[in-house]
Ligand binder design. Structure first.
Ligand code: NI
Length: 166
């Protein structure tokens, strides 16, 4: 296994739209192992392929307290959304201590493919629902800060510029 480099905003590669995974093979399984290792190492609860410059529709997630509930979804698709929640989000790809509330669905139903190539359906709410929406955004080239006001985005960009200079 290996740690992968996490792309940081404003890297334009974060804007790439990921392509569907067609088949699960050893190479893909190795990528997923590396993504888990990278996600745990960075203390993230989710990681999308896009963030490690792998433009395939893959994300890994573990929202458990102990860090022992791995979920990997290929070609994820939200098929139902319900309610609204505003939880503060951060992102491994956005520095500058950026952390802010984003409007998300409270509950959702997701369909995708598991590593065994079989279709999976999953219902989620709360933090897991936030994480799924955040990671699927990444696969579409969208960052959580895109959902914030222009003013907040400018503030975050300035902080990041400042920390890159020092
Ligand atoms: Ni993120």
């Amino acid at each position: 296994m290996a740690l992968l480099e996490i792309l940081k905003f404003p890297d334009p590669r974060l804007r790439t739209k990921a392509k569907p995974v067609e088949k699960v093979d050893d190479e893909l399984r190795r990528i997923v192992d590396d993504m888990y290792e990278t996600m745990y190492d960075a203390r993230g609860v989710g990681l999308a392929g896009t963030q490690v410059n792998i433009h395939k529709q893959i994300f890994t997630m573990d929202v458990s307290e102990k860090g022992d509930e791995r979920i990997c979804v290929l070609n994820p698709e939200i098929i139902h959304k319900e309610g609204i929640q505003y939880e503060a989000e951060g992102c491994l790809s956005v520095g500058g201590g950026a952390f802010d509330k984003v409007e998300r669905a409270l509950k959702l139903r997701m369909r995708g493919m598991g590593l065994d190539g079989k279709t999976i359906e999953l219902e989620a709410e709360g933090l897991m629902a936030v994480c799924i929406q955040h990671e699927i955004d990444h696969l579409n080239g969208i960052l959580f800060i895109d959902h914030l006001s222009r003013l907040k985005q400018d503030r975050i960009r300035k902080k990041i510029d400042k920390s890159n200079r020092t």
